[in-house]
Design a protein around this ligand. Structure first.
Ligand SMILES: Cc1cc2nc3c(=O)[nH]c(=O)nc-3n(C[C@H](O)[C@H](O)[C@H](O)COP(=O)(O)OP(=O)(O)OC[C@H]3O[C@@H](n4cnc5c(N)ncnc54)[C@H](O)[C@@H]3O)c2cc1C
Length: 463
């Protein structure tokens, strides 16, 4: 049982008082029936229907304080949410007596080019950071999608195409400004509230609503990155070659291999629409000559398309071709300790699972495996590869089949699973999140009882 399951019980008679308490906050809070409530409760993952008590739409840290205090007085819980990319993970929690605090209105980034840092407001997206950092020749360890939030990604770990060289993205966090359960804004850093700083870096939204975060930026203005693409008839040959290639690839290279089954959609370019493909993509932090030499064995397989080249750092977020708009999906994942030939064959065969949209392997290892000295609760990731399956859920009735497909695709490599999970990829009910927290879990749970004894905060990945 997770702490999230210990939901506060709001007696029916108290619901009216709670409504009055929230109504006193004016248009910062939307209740069922209000104009805008349905849009505000709809997460990025459109397969998930959220039925909260209310949705708060704060525009400042002071607004967040007001909302947290009102929820405490009303006996309601709080679920911080920036985009709802991880709404499927949160769906395990009953939101009937919960106020979703939607941070969409709290965006903004200030870059300090000398210090190579950024202060990022609580609901900002990675696209916001990349845009602000690029004019200074700086970038950040974002993931494959620019519309994921900085806080939701970083404080759950964060796997980027800079990962093998620079480690888990959470290790770039310098300070967190968070509204805690007592309704105050606390700054946690290496010098202030050090226990909370440790806990937030992995424990995320279970400890409060983050209103701002300070991060180190990477001094990278451009990067050698792109994709190689083949028809899926070549999947076996390409996957075997990539597995061998990754076994000796330097830490400067972080890549992924995917088998994609794309629907015939008019909005997709003709080279993608309705096709099954195998794609290798990623980034290589080397000179053009060294990166090209490194790619030689993969280019020798004569891809139909090869976009690897030096690109401006902000363009890296386009390389993986993640959906540009909210989409309905189901996912499942596992971590692999190795990828021998039998595992590659099982991966390729499992990609034919009916209903599967994407079957993906991300190369990990390198700095991702190493814990930095001053790291937080989650600061490294065990395993050499992440295995990740995605199925689309175009209508609610498709959910059971989509869930079955992603489970089957991941189970096909069960012989190589290890006892670990990447928290950011935990995005479905039923995942054993203790594998994501590992050895940090006991201390995280003890700190949760110190900082949030009434279990006010509901998180997508509860501690
Ligand atoms: C298309 C797609 C691509 C992705 N690519 C990658 C990738 O390359 N690498 C990777 O590591 N992950 C990736 N992810 C996973 C993603 O990083 C995680 O699901 C992440 O947690 C989403 O954060 P969010 O804030 O956008 O989502 P939300 O659902 O809004 O938030 C997730 C959780 O983060 C916490 N949280 C968010 N904002 C706050 C806040 N201001 N204060 C307190 N807590 C907060 C809460 O606990 C919340 O439940 C991807 C997901 C999708 C759907």
């Amino acid at each position: 049982m997770s702490l999230n399951d210990l939901a506060i019980d709001v007696p029916h008679a108290a619901a009216g008082a709670a409504v009055a308490e929230l109504r006193a906050l004016g248009d910062k809070v939307l209740l069922p029936g209000d104009a805008g409530f349905d849009a505000a409760r709809t997460p990025w993952n459109l397969a998930v229907v959220q039925n909260p008590f209310a949705v708060a739409v704060p525009r400042s840290a002071a607004d967040v304080v007001d909302v947290v205090r009102a929820a405490v007085l009303s006996g309601l819980r709080i679920a911080p949410q920036s985009t709802g990319h991880a709404a499927a993970a949160l769906s395990e929690t009953d939101l009937t007596h919960t106020v979703i605090v939607s941070l969409k209105g709290l965006r903004g980034v200030e870059v300090d080019p000398q210090a190579r840092t950024a202060r990022v407001l609580g609901g900002s997206l990675w696209n916001d950071v990349l845009e602000a950092a690029a004019p200074h020749g700086l970038t950040a360890p974002h993931g494959s999608a620019g519309d994921v939030s900085v806080v939701g990604y970083l404080l759950n770990g964060g796997l980027s195409f800079y990962g093998r060289a620079h480690g888990l993205a959470v290790n770039t966090v310098r300070a967190v400004e968070v509204v805690t359960a007592d309704g105050t804004v606390v700054r946690a850093s290496a010098d202030e509230h050090t226990d909370l700083f440790w806990a937030l870096r992995g424990g995320s939204g279970a400890f409060g609503v983050v209103v701002a975060i300070e991060i180190d930026l990477l001094p990278i203005a451009d990067i050698f990155a792109g994709m190689l693409l083949w028809d899926a008839v070549h999947a076996g040959e390409v996957a075997r070659a990539w597995a061998q290639w990754t076994a000796t690839a330097p830490e400067s290279a972080t890549t992924a291999l995917r088998i994609l089954h794309l629907p015939p959609l008019p909005e997709l370019p003709p080279f993608l629409s309705g096709r099954s493909l195998v794609v290798i993509d990623g980034a290589i932090e080397e000179t053009d000559a060294a990166a090209s030499a490194l790619l030689e064995p993969l280019r020798a397989l004569q891809p139909e398309m090869d976009t690897f080249a030096r690109i401006p750092a902000p363009a890296l977020v386009q390389v993986h071709m993640d959906p540009p708009e909210p989409s309905p999906s189901a996912t499942w994942h596992a971590m692999l300790g190795e990828l021998p030939g039998d595992a590659v064959d099982a991966f390729v065969a499992a990609a034919d699972e009916p209903g599967l949209f994407v079957h993906e392997l991300r190369h990990l290892g390198g700095a991702l495996n190493r814990r930095p000295a001053q790291g937080g609760a989650v600061s490294s990731l065990a395993g050499e590869y992440a295995l990740h399956a995605v199925a689309m859920v175009p209508v609610p009735e498709a959910a059971p089949a989509a869930t079955a497909a992603v489970h089957a695709a991941v189970a096909a490599l069960a012989a190589w699973h290890i006892d670990a999970l990447a928290l950011t990829f935990v995005d479905a009910p039923g995942a054993d999140r203790s594998l994501g927290f590992g050895a940090a879990r006991a201390r995280l749970r003890a700190l949760k009882l110190d900082y949030d004894p009434a279990n006010l905060f509901a998180a997508a990945r509860p501690v």
